[in-house]
Each structure stands twice: as C-alpha cells, then as structure tokens.
Design a protein around this ligand. Structure first.
Ligand SMILES: O=C(O)CCC(=O)C(=O)O
Length: 440
C-alpha cells in the first residue's frame, strides 16, 4: 500500500507517521471508507482484509496502520510479478455495463464480471432512515417511513447507455413506431405542463380519459413490453438488494422533463404494489414529500421535506412514504429523465399481459465465501476476497441504518437531520443545478 498517489512523491508518503497515514487522519470515516474501498491490487486487498477482520474481532492493535504489510504476508495472496500495487483504479474499471450476474469467467483488467459486480454492489450508498413527523389521525407519525435512497447504483457509463436507449424510444414514439398509448407528448401549453411519458407493460391513465376510463391501469389497452435494457436495470436492483424479489416490477413509466417541467403532488395508484421506485438521470433535482403539498405558482410547489435525487440513484417508495405522504417534483432546473418501475397488482394486469420469464428468475446477490467463484488461473486469482466484501457490507449496513435505527426517536431524528444537512449519508455535495432547485 505504499504506492504512489498522483501528485505525491514516494518520499513525501514515507516516514514520520505522515504521508498516507497522516492523510488518513485528516479525513472523516466516510471519506476514509471511500478511499479504501476501491482500486487496490490483490496483495493490498488481502492486507486490508486482514486488518478489517482484526478490527472486527477486537484485535486491531496487533496490526497498526503504520506497521506495514509484513505481518500479513503469510495470509496474503501474492500479486503477480507484473502487478502494479495500489493504482487507484477509475470507476470505469468496475464497469459491468448492466451485465450483472453473467458469471465470473470474463476477465478484464484482472477483474471478473462477478468481482466487479461485487465491488459495485459494496459501493452503493443506502439511506433508509428518513424522518419527518406529522400528525395523522391525531397521532405523531413518521410520514417518510419506508422511503429509501440508494445512490451510485448506475454509473456514468450506464446512465449514458440508458439515456441513449430512452432517446431511441422517444424517436420511435415520435415517428409512431410504438404502440399508440406507449408514447405521450403533451402540448406545452403552460409552464410545468410539458412532461413527456413513455409507458411499458401497461397503460396507466392519470385522469378520466376521453373514453371515460377512470384513473388506473386500463386493462384492455396494450402498450409495448419492457425494453431489454430496462429489464437489466430491474435485475440489478433486485440483485443489489434495492428491490425485494417478492415485488419485481413488470411495468414502468419514463418521465422526460424539460427544464421547468414538473410532476404535481400525488400518491401512486394502488393498481401498483409497494414498494416501487424511481431512477434519476441527467440533472439532480429535489422531490418533495409531505401530508400536504401546496401549489406556489405554475410548476412550483412547497412542502415540508425536500430530498435531492442524485443522478444514478434509486428512490424506493414504500410504507408511509408511498401511501401517507404525497410527493411531487417541482419545475426541474434542467432536462431530467426518471424511470418509475412498478409491479402491477395481479388482479389489475392488462388482459393481454403475459409475464416475462426473464423477470421471474431474478435472485438477489448472495454474499457468502462460496459466491466468490472467480477464475483461479495464475494471474486471475480473486482480487476482492469475499470476506473483505462482507466486511465492507457490514460496515455499510452499520453506517447506513441498523445502528441508528436502534436509537431513541428524538436522537435518531437529530442524527438524521444533522447528517442530512451536513451532506453525509452518501449525498454528494449539492450541484449548482440542485442549489437552484433548493431555492424553491
Ligand atoms: O420523476 C420522478 O422522480 C418522480 C416520478 C413520479 O412521481 C411518478 O412517476 O409517479
């Protein structure tokens, strides 16, 4: 782990307890986690693995951060002679381009697809403890209970691939190449009103339509089936423990917002099961939640809770967060696309609907020593040791909820508000775009 960091000479990293160790002391736990969770060669992974285990079993003092790798050499998998130690690998090297679960045999840059998936899985940020108390039927109620925000689920390359797919679908819709009710592009007759929608799996009716159909799924109407890439997104969300395997989406709505477009306050129709989720692209914006959301001006709303939605993130709506609080997206600060994935209630399925076999057999990623079945060739031993991944996940779980949940309510609320306001819990710093959004 004594490798060079760009801009730092090896000399400046060495001795006097300064260098990397000194730097580590200057950053907080989350930043240290980020710095230590990617890009190491297998030898250094093994060093980290051992240290984490020693810390977990209360024996952290046996190997301090400064006493080098010698202590663990016997347990470490030696790096191939040609290996470059500790090059901080760019995120792109963990690219799996939504090929999740396709096995551990393909090796690229020394990492199999399975190893890359496990690294990506371990890097997902999970915030599950949103709190905002309002009185419901006279009782103080956390109206956000059930909301979860999972960040860094789709990386930049994947987002761009998904956007290319959406643009292709939009072009097809504009040319009349999709089924009639799949693509809807309303006339932009006033600010906030131009959001384009593309529906797959079922035709959802927002309001009583010209045929007198009430809001909900129109069972005798057909739209196009879920595109392949969207099924891969669903697969990822189930494999990465974001959506439960008991509620695999079989429909979705793509929302294409131009700057200034919005989605007004609503609770999603119960023709769709809970949980459901929305994935964000292109521009970070805020989603508002509350028992009562007010119209401030065309496209603009106000409400008690505003949650930033980073691009590449997945917001899960469940429980009170889906059914007690309303939500809305006020006029967005720039072009934004979201995809809302929902599972239809079996009794509301379109008459012509047939389940997609690919969506029936998705299983969540199993995190166990045997799951790490990477190729065992001389230069292709697993770089990510499964126990290391497990330790990271335990750390993630610890950091993201389980511990905080056990605290008394008042303290929990304070902790969450503090961390929320300070931008912790995997919220990236607010972008300029979002600052504009948060003025609302
Ligand atoms: O665009 C979003 O993130 C929210 C979408 C939404 O609320 C919906 O599709 O019902």
């Amino acid at each position: 782990m004594a490798g060079d960091i760009p801009g730092k000479s090896p000399a400046s990293n060495a001795g006097h307890g300064q260098g990397v160790v000194g730097l580590l002391k200057t950053i907080n736990r989350d930043e240290a986690f980020e710095a230590l969770s990617q890009g190491f060669c297998q030898h250094c992974e093994a060093v980290l693995d051992k240290r984490i285990h020693q810390i977990l079993s209360g024996r952290g003092s046996e190997t301090s951060l400064s006493n080098g790798e010698a202590n663990v050499a016997s347990n470490a998998t030696p790096a191939p002679d040609s290996a470059v130690h500790c090059t901080l690998t760019p995120e792109a090297n963990f690219d799996i381009l939504l090929n999740d679960g396709l096995g551990g045999t393909v090796v690229d840059n020394g990492l199999s697809e399975e190893q890359k998936e496990r690294i990506r899985f371990s890097l997902v940020g999970r915030k599950k403890d949103f709190i905002h108390t309002e009185r419901v039927n006279g009782r103080p109620t956390n109206v956000l209970k059930g909301l979860e925000l999972h960040t860094k689920v789709f990386n930049a390359k994947e987002q761009s691939r998904i956007m290319d797919c959406v643009y292709d679908l939009q072009r097809m819709g504009q040319k009349g190449q999709l089924r009639e009710r799949t693509y809807t592009e309303p006339r932009k007759w006033m600010r906030g009103k131009g959001r384009v929608t593309i529906q797959f799996g079922c035709c959802y009716n927002y309001a009583v339509d010209k045929n007198g159909n009430p809001p909900g799924i129109i069972r005798d109407e057909e739209v196009d089936p879920l595109p392949q890439l969207f099924k891969q997104m669903i697969k990822r969300m189930v494999r990465w423990h974001i959506l439960p395997p008991t509620c695999i989406p079989n429909s979705c709505i793509v929302n294409i917002y131009d700057e200034g477009d919005c989605i007004p306050p609503h609770i999603d129709h119960h023709d769709f099961l809970r949980p459901f989720c929305t994935v964000s692209f292109l521009t970070q914006c805020n989603i508002l939640f509350g028992l009562s959301l007010k119209i401030a001006s065309p496209g603009e709303f106000s409400g008690p809770v505003s949650i930033p939605l980073p691009v590449g993130s997945v917001l899960i709506l469940n429980g009170n967060g889906a059914d007690v609080a309303k939500h809305c997206v006020p006029a967005v600060p720039g072009k934004r696309i979201s995809i809302t994935f929902r599972r239809m209630d079996d009794s509301k399925l379109p008459y012509q609907f047939s389940p997609d076999p690919e969506l029936l057999r998705i299983k969540p990623l199993v995190v166990s020593p045997t799951a790490n079945s990477a190729p065992r060739g001389h230069h292709q031993k697993p770089i990510i040791n499964s126990s290391f991944v497990k330790a990271i996940i335990q750390q993630n779980q610890h950091r993201n909820g389980q511990v905080i949940k056990d605290k008394p309510d008042r303290e929990t609320s304070k902790t969450m508000n503090d961390s929320f306001l300070s931008g912790k819990d995997d919220f990236p710093p607010l972008s300029e775009a979002n600052k504009a959004g948060s003025r609302r």
